[in-house]
Structure formats: structure tokens, C-alpha cells
Ligand binder design. Structure first.
Ligand code: CMP
Ligand code: MG
Ligand code: ZN
Length: 472
């Protein structure tokens, strides 16, 4: 907090004061916390547009809240795997009866790579004739033994996944569609199985985490929370401008579960249902990007304690949040495709904003958006720190399962580390991808800047072929 000017503090303080007049001290502390999270990013590291977008999307400041030009926010610049050993701990009972849904051969082929970090969900969707969620959701719930454990009737699961898939396709969004949900669910699966997280969670927690991933953007409108609030949509009215989309995703998914034909929870006990519902609500609400910095800060604070006690729901929520923003940490071809789809969606929102006479939300003006720079900002200030905290959290909670020590102890004589003293480490394939992708965007940013400079120069040069009108 030390390097924040009063102006910067006011910038974050203002929107909350209006909402919570009665408890200014508490409000101040919460916002100051968020400032703290943002404080180490060099203000000149990103262009002002990108800074504005980061501040408005990842804190609770509204995008359209204007600030004085001198009130610049600052942002924080922000072993090996033992996977083979992990799996033998827990073997799930899959349902193998003929009652199970039949998978097309092409789908079976693509699903062979389901455990890979850069799994090609686009290829799955193609093989599945556009029904990525149906096959991926089914496969995951069966692999983790959920169909068997929670006695989910296979046809009910098929109905449920089919209706979820339909809901994702309702608005024909370029990005927030069934493919994104399948991608996030597969990434959650990677985290569960390749880090060993599944051995720390109960069956019910795994079930809730997988379902939360599948429904986390259900019936997404292809517009942001900011758009809902600014345009005064019915959904914003219903949820009082708070976590508008996230509340809808959850509510609509649970409404669907009321239909017995789709009720995959029909054989859960009352207590199991309550726990499942609480977990899914917490996890999906935590995908609201305006909680991002607070979420990271809370987890970091927990991990620095001498004896960290990580709450399972908080851990699963952080994992889902990270998986939700994980495409910049995947292979370039996948990341690039996701980014272009998301920008298509943002630009369509910008078109609507223009029609409605609303100010453009950040990254939504198709004629005025710095694509490469915004991606560099997103990677450096949002994705990299998130993956870092998530990995620290996983290593902290999973270490004891493998008999590894928690915090690293001092080395023995000769600087050699004893076997038992080694800290448990997970594999982090995202680190290399993030580095590669950032490099490509940086090259792109340089080219874009050169092109802009050339364009500006040509606009400034007077056209010699146009005759000048001189006064007689
Ligand atoms: P959603 O999937 O609801 O939650 C995560 C959000 O992160 C996502 O919506 C987008 O708003 C945002 N996001 C994901 N990827 C990018 C990206 N490459 N650039 C900017 N914002 C992103
Ligand atoms: Mg979302
Ligand atoms: Zn999402």
C-alpha cells in the first residue's frame, strides 16, 4: 500500500462508498487490499487502455466510472511430478454396462488425449458433431466413478448434459459457448488427475467441481456483467447488479435439475444435496472476475501462515477460476483461437453499446483495441499470478499426501538437500506455454506499434496531389 497515492486510493474507494455508507472503515480496508494487489505493477508497463480494462474487470470498479487523468492505478507485476504414483491411490469404479451412452469412434480417438494439458477441445467438438459437453461431461463423470457412486441414471445424465449444451448454444456466442465449458471442464480434470488433487477431495467434492466446471457459464449471453449493469438488463435487475451472470449460470442450472428427467442429483441424500449445492454456488460465484484479486490475496495470505489450513471449497474455487482463464497458458494455436473468439464476442458487445449509446466497455471497440498489448497484460497481471498461487496451494495441500515436507527447511552440510527435505512439486506445463505465448504477443505488439506509427505518419503528411485553395 505504501506506494499508492491518495488519488489512487480514492479511485478504488469511490464506487464502494456509494454502496456501503454505513461502514466506511471496513470498506476502506477491503479496497485498500485490492489496491495492494495492484500496487506492484508498474503503471507504465501497459498502455492506459489496458490498465483501465484490468482495473475495471478484475476489481469491483465499474468500467465506465471516469477518473481524472492523473489518477493512474498501479498494478503488481506481478520436480518433478509423481503422477504415476498418484493414480494408484484411488481407483474409481466405472459403469461399464450396455446402458451407457455409445461414443462415436472419432470421439473415442480424441478422448485418448484427455489427460493432456493442451488437449484439443476443438478437435473433440468436431468429432462429436458439435456436442462436446455431452461426451466430455459423460466421460469425466464416469472416469471419476460419479455415475456409479451417486447412482446417476445414464439416460438422466445424457438428458442433463444435452440441455446444458443447448443452453450454451442459445445465444450463438463466439466464445462463451459449449466449447468453452468443455475446455474448462477438461482443464479442471487435468488439475484433478495430474496433480493428485483428486486424492485430497472427497467424491462429493469432485462431483461438485466437475459439475461446476460444466455449468459455470451456462446460458451466457455473450455480454459482460458490466454490459448487463449499464444496459439495465432484466438479469441485472434480478441480481441487483452483483455477479449478474454468475448468479444466472447457477440459478438456471439448478432450475434445470428440478426437471426429474435431468436431475442427476436424484439419488443424493438431503445432506449430500445441500453440500453439493453450496459447493457449486461458491465455486461458480468465484468465477466472477471482479473477485479475482481478493481471491488471490486471501489464498496467498493463507499459504504464508506457519500451519496453513486450506478450505476445500476455496481450493476448488481457485482451481476453477484458474482453469476458466487458462487458455493463455495453453499451446499457442489453441490460445490464439480462443483469443480471437473472445474478441469477436467483445466487439459484438461494442456494436451493441454503440447502438444503445453506451460508452464502450474495455476491449469492446473494434476500431480501437490494442489486442496484443491487452493479451500481454492479461498474461502478466492476471494469468501468471493466478497459476502461481494455484500451484503453491496445490503443492501445500498435496505435499502431506506424499510425505513431503511443507515449507522447505535449511539445507544440510555441503548445501545438499536430503530426499525427505524436498518440497513436493507438481508439474507445471503452463509455465512454458505462458512464456511462448507472451513472446509471440510481444513480437506482434511491436509490429502493431510500427504499423500504427506508419499510419499516423501518412495521415500527417499533406497530400501533394490535392490542389491548395489560396485566397485571391
Ligand atoms: P468468463 O469465462 O466468464 O470468466 C473468465 C473471464 O476472463 C472470461 O469470461 C473473459 O471475460 C476473461 N478472459 C478470458 N480470456 C481472456 C483474454 N485472453 N483476454 C481478456 N479477457 C479474457
Ligand atoms: Mg463466467
Ligand atoms: Zn468461463
Amino acid at each position: 500500500m505504501s506506494d499508492l497515492s491518495p488519488n489512487v486510493l480514492m479511485f478504488y474507494f469511490r464506487p464502494m462508498v456509494a454502496r456501503q455508507q454505513s461502514a466506511p472503515t471496513l470498506v476502506f480496508r477491503r479496497l485498500a487490499d485490492e489496491d495492494d494487489e495492484l500496487s506492484e505493477v508498474q503503471p507504465d508497463a501497459v498502455p492506459p487502455e489496458v490498465r483501465e480494462w484490468l482495473a475495471s474487470t478484475f476489481t469491483r470498479q465499474l468500467a465506465t466510472a471516469k477518473r481524472k487523468s492523473d489518477e493512474k492505478p498501479k498494478f503488481r507485476s506481478v520436480a518433478h511430478a509423481i503422477r504415476a504414483g498418484i493414480f494408484v491411490d484411488r481407483i474409481y469404479r466405472r459403469v461399464t454396462s450396455t446402458a451407457l451412452m455409445q461414443f462415436p469412434q472419432d470421439v473415442v480417438r480424441v478422448l485418448k488425449t484427455l489427460d493432456e494439458w493442451s488437449f484439443d477441445v476443438f478437435a473433440l467438438n468436431e468429432a462429436a458433431g458439435g456436442a462436446a459437453i455431452k461426451y466430455l461431461g459423460y466421460e469425466l463423470l464416469n472416469r471419476y466413478g460419479m455415475i456409479h457412486k451417486f447412482k446417476v441414471p445414464p439416460t438422466v445424465l445424457e438428458n442433463f448434459l444435452g440441455r446444458i449444451e443447448e443452453g450454451y448454444c442459445k445465444f450463438h456466442n463466439p466464445y462463451h459457448n459449449n466449447l468453452h465449458a468443455a475446455d474448462v471442464a477438461q482443464t479442471v480434470h487435468y488439475m484433478l488427475c495430474q496433480t493428485g488433487l483428486m486424492n485430497w477431495l472427497s467424491d462429493l467434492e469432485i462431483f461438485a467441481t466437475l459439475v461446476a466446471a460444466v455449468v459455470h457459464d451456462f446460458e451466457h449471453t455473450g455480454t459482460t456483467n458490466n454490459f448487463h449493469v449499464m444496459s439495465g438488463s432484466d438479469t441485472a435487475l434480478l441480481y441487483n447488479d452483483r455477479a449478474v451472470l454468475e448468479n444466472h449460470h447457477i440459478s438456471a442450472a439448478f432450475r434445470l435439475l428440478r426437471d426429474e428427467e435431468c436431475n442427476i442429483l436424484q439419488n443424493l441424500s438431503r445432506d449430500e444435496f445441500r453440500e453439493f449445492r453450496t459447493l457449486v454456488i461458491d465455486m461458480v460465484l468465484a468465477t466472477d472476475m471482479s473477485f479475482h484479486f481478493q481471491q488471490l490475496k486471501n489464498m496467498r495470505a493463507m499459504l504464508t501462515l506457519a500451519e496453513p489450513v486450506v478450505d476445500k471449497s476455496k481450493a476448488a474455487s481457485l482451481v476453477l477460476h484458474c482453469c476458466d482463464i487458462s487458455h493463455p497458458a495453453k499451446r499457442w494455436d489453441l490460445h490464439h483461437r480462443w483469443t480471437m473468439s473472445l474478441l469477436d464476442e467483445f466487439f459484438l458487445q461494442g456494436d451493441k453499446e454503440r447502438e444503445l449509446g453506451l460508452p464502450f466497455s474495455p476491449l469492446c471497440d473494434r476500431n480501437n483495441t490494442l489486442v496484443a498489448e491487452s493479451q500481454i497484460g492479461f498474461i502478466e497481471f492476471i494469468v501468471e499470478p493466478s497459476m502461481g498461487v494455484c500451484a503453491d496451494m496445490l503443492e501445500c495441500v498435496l505435499g502431506p499426501l506424499h510425505g513431503a515436507k511443507g515449507p522447505r527447511e535449511p539445507r544440510g552440510e555441503g548445501g545438499k538437500e536430503s530426499e525427505s527435505n524436498k518440497k513436493f512439486k507438481i508439474r507445471k506445463p503452463w509455465i512454458a506455454c505462458l512464456g511462448d505465448n507472451k513472446k509471440i504477443w510481444k513480437e506482434q505488439a511491436t509490429k502493431d506499434a510500427e504499423a500504427r506509427a506508419q499510419q499516423e505518419a501518412s495521415e500527417e503528411t499533406p497530400h501533394t496531389d490535392i490542389p491548395t485553395v489560396t485566397e485571391e
